[in-house]
Structures are given as structure tokens and as C-alpha cells.
Write a protein that binds this ligand. Sequence first.
Ligand SMILES: CC(C)(COP(=O)(O)OP(=O)(O)OC[C@H]1O[C@@H](n2cnc3c(N)ncnc32)[C@H](O)[C@@H]1OP(=O)(O)O)[C@@H](O)C(=O)NCCC(=O)NCCS
Length: 186
Amino acid sequence: MNLTTTPSHILERGVPFNVRVLTPNDAEDYHALRQSALHEQPPAFGSLPDDEPGLVETAARLAENEDRCFFGAFQDGQLIGIVRLSRYSAANEKHRAYLAGLYVSPPFRCKGYGKLLVQQALNRAVHTSGLKRINLTVATQQEAAIHLYQSLGFRIYGTEEETFSNGGNFYDEHLMTLELVSAAVS
Ligand SMILES: CC(C)(COP(=O)(O)OP(=O)(O)OC[C@H]1O[C@@H](n2cnc3c(N)ncnc32)[C@H](O)[C@@H]1OP(=O)(O)O)[C@@H](O)C(=O)NCCC(=O)NCCS
């Protein structure tokens, strides 16, 4: 796995797209895409649409800080994919972070955006001093996401049963982890 030489700008069928860190100016687009993600069925995310922060709080959350940042994938200026990297804040947990909220708008899937988003988040992680491990959880039916994470070195270390319910159905989640120290970074 090569995490550091991945270009943030690549050409997909001649159409330029890129991944960058989001800022408060992206709040409206981020909020709309996040709502699409939370309404997609079956549930890929544990959060409920009504519990999602409003625009003002979203803008505040998008202000990059040392321990948390949001990445967005753009095609022709349109935000079409998102992911978040958050470092644990407690002094005895700062060696790990978690990846969450990965989503690519359906018309733009299978073009490499999802993987590029995660690679950019991992690029940041490997260059963060003291960070040793990235964890995430993923609903077991999200096969594309599981495949993507495994292709970047994440492994499943457990499965939590009936983590979420929706419409009378229950959904399990895999717990996945990536040890940055063993990642092949060049
Ligand atoms: C998961 C998701 C972000 C992937 O985005 P994407 O832009 O389509 O992914 P990519 O095109 O970068 O593909 C990445 C890898 O996944 C594979 N993949 C994509 N769709 C797949 C599918 N339906 N089944 C199996 N593998 C799939 C690709 O072949 C690629 O593998 P490779 O690098 O070995 O060739 C997207 O499907 C999505 O938003 N799903 C719903 C939300 C979700 O499940 N989020 C995860 C929350 S933890």
C-alpha cells in the first residue's frame, strides 16, 4: 500500500476531480450530502437524519482542528463524496483515531472517489505524530465499503450484533482496524 504518493487530483475518464479538506464554507453542500447519506437504505450509518446538526453547527464542526478534519471529493466543483477523520482526545487514547461518515453519491460510485477519500484521510493520519491506529465500524451488509477498507489494509477484528434497528430490522456492524505502524508507507 502506498499512502503518500496518491495524487489528490486524478483524471477519471477525462474529467478532473479532486479531494480536499472541507471548511465552514462547505457547510451547505456537506449538510445536503450528509442528509442523502442518512436517508439511504438499508442504513449504512447509525445516525438519524433528524439528529444531524443544523447548518450553523455543521459549519463549526467543519472548522479544521488538530484532532478532526473532514475531506470532500469534488467533480466539476460539486461535492460528491465525504469522510471524516477524528482523533481521540483523551491523553491516554490519542494514539488512535477513527474514520467515519464515508459516503459517495450514487451516480459517482465505482469511479475511485471513495478510495481516494480514504487514502487522503490515511495520508493525514500517517503524518500525524503519535497516531498509531485507525478504527472504524461498518454495517455488515455494506460490502463495497468493507471491500474498500480491506483493500487499504483494514482488518475485521470483531462483529457487534444488532447494533442498529430500522423498520423492524436489525443490523450488525463489523469493527475494523488499521495499524499505521505496519502500513507500507513509501
Ligand atoms: C462505500 C462507498 C463510499 C464506495 O465508494 P466508491 O467511490 O464507489 O468506491 P471506489 O470506486 O473508490 O471503489 C473502491 C473499491 O471498492 C470496490 N467496490 C466498489 N463498489 C463495490 C461493490 N458494490 N461491491 C464490491 N466492491 C466494490 C471497487 O472495486 C474498489 O476496489 P479495488 O480498489 O480493489 O478496485 C460507496 O459505495 C458508498 O457511499 N456506499 C454507501 C455508504 C457506505 O456504505 N459508507 C460506509 C460507511 S462505514
